[in-house]
Ligand binder design. Sequence first.
Ligand code: SF4
Length: 755
Amino acid sequence: MTTGTGTQAAPSSNWLRQFTGLLSSDLNQQPGEFGLGQVPARLKPDAIASSVCGFCSTGCSLDIHLRDNEPVNLTPSIDYPVNLGMACPKGWEALTPLSADDRATTPLLFNPRTNVREPVDWDHAMQVFALRFKAIQHRFGRESVAWLGTGQIPTEELAFLGALGKFGMGIRHGDSNTRQCMATSAVAYKQSFGFDAPPYTYADFEDSDAIVLIGSNLAIAHPILWQRVLQNKNRPEIIVVDPRKTETAMAATKHYAIKPKSDLVLFYGLARLLIDSGSINRPFIDAHTSGFDSFAAHVHQFSLDRVAEETGLTGEQVRGFAESIQRNRAVSFWWTMGINQGHESTRTAQAIIALALMTGNIGRPGTGANSITGQCNAMGSRLFSNTSALLGGRDFSEPTHRREVAEILGIPFERIPKTNSLAYDQILDAIDEGTIRGLWIVATNTAHSWIHQERARKLLCKLDFLVVQDMYHSTETAQLAHLSLPAAGWGEKEGTFINSERRIGVCRKVKTAPGHALSDFNIFRLASHYWGCADLFARWTSPSAAFEILKQLSRGRPCDFSGIQNYGHLECSGGIQWPLPDSTVETAGQSSSKPAQSLSYTRRERRLFADGKFFTPDGRALFLFATPQPMPEKPDSEFPFLLLTGRGSSAQWHTQTRTSKSAVLRKLYPQKLYAEIHPLDAKRLGIGPKDSLTLTSRRGSATARAFITPTVNQGEVFLPLHYESTNCLTYPAFDPHSRQPSYKACAVAISKANP
Ligand code: SF4
């Protein structure tokens, strides 16, 4: 083994046995995992363990029913302040993927002589892990190895990965699949509010007089939040902005079916109308914001005629939209991937923020410029993955921030990089250029989900060494790996998630991982030992120990949650939204003192900015804007249709790695890719219902079954994102500020496939 980057020599296999107390060369044994091999004693037979769901960012709590220490069923937690006794189909089936036949149970190492990936024990696997990555770094430099992480694992795990990767293994470049869904919101908030701080609480859905949903099919993507909308007793206006007549749009009061990617023009036009009619909150603007006059001058060029022409709406519709914002006391603006996954997404999100700021719709019940996150722990990743932001939402470029982190972690200051990582797409470009040659992928499925999939797969195959750590060795990405590491899944380990409304909740271990699979946390522990830097992470002994470190990292930051005592405190409080500094004592259901930050309380829910103080140096929110840019790939005579992508059903999750394991969920959605196409387009092309179609872009082709429906406009076609071939078509454009891929619009041709 080569020399470690830390001060500790790499361990022997004997050490490994002592360390784990469980590993055996006999792969038929059921070893459990480090010190956590048994279900905790407090989970007695016939007990119930509550755990935050591991799919989406809503953060529902599920009561897992145990018999003889084995989970036998689950029900949604009745009194949890997020889901109030509800769960979507994925939540009800959350346990099923753990029992899938294709669970990864042992490390697999690719043998080039036999062309087969062969089982190896953990000792062998981790020796190879360290040896190969170090050899690449030795030959090509530290920056030649990178990682791609996830928003699907607990905060304690992703913080461990980020700290180990950057401070222990000397890896400069690591990014996460949150780049694919939430990077835009993170950048937009940070630039406008001074910190990545979604301001809202879910109670705002129930307190609004008007709810504006932009690029969000809430009824499908976040069905429990849609239920919260339906509980609003104010009979709110529900306004949906979406090119497609989604399930949410069908149920809305108003649906504005704008031309794809014309959002920015629409919002600037609305801003001008509101300014011209005097429907702005001038006292709020003057007291709490900067840059409004420049913004007002910028939006003056967006006349009603221009906005109507570029968005496809009538002038009357645009005026009606502005009047809805004007006449309602509490207006909340919500957005998801329809905004985030665009070529000018950061400025579009900031145009939404501008509408909220200029009308004073922030910091009050039922208001806010509110990004809804995607993955169960995207918010944890945004603050603690140590990728684009230093731990705790700090800046790598800020020496005082680096010093704070070094002191809290007890690591040498010099180990903390002075610059951000390359973003996901830039890491792939570096693989193409040959400067990155080793990659460690944790709990994400790049070969399926990345934009322009064929290129992504080619690049993964180009690597000298690819390690994939996942619950299944069967994912499209894991099948390309030189080394596959079997990981425990949700329900087989402990930790915390942070949901969309900043609520920290606990996920509990209720089941032992199969075979030799280990929690990601313990795989990182192993990696630190085999790399020879375990001394740097001596305090990272368990998820709960890591949570104490996270609390310290949060202290004094806008996301301060040092007032949370422990996992039990979170459980008995129904989760806790940050901030909760340790000067605040919060007990179940109430707060005994108000923390320093500007919060307002609603039941067990809290929002930010009640006092109009933001996290910028001068406490003012910023108006930020730009000139709208043309769509990167417009339809033309060769590729005349515009492809839209999005979520297909509430029973599917992303690349279906887990949801496809459930026979119940599989019954709730079509098994084969389908394409929504307008009836007039179908007629013109001679396409009948359920005909097989070929969709072709400049990057590849996909076969789909025709679903003829007026939910899409003429000239547009919709594909759900969950099917493998959708990303054969997508065009790799990126927002320049967030580097988030623009999945939502590209040019395709459609023809009837040969029977
Ligand atoms: Fe709730 Fe999302 Fe889980 Fe469904 S997938 S139960 S909405 S957290």
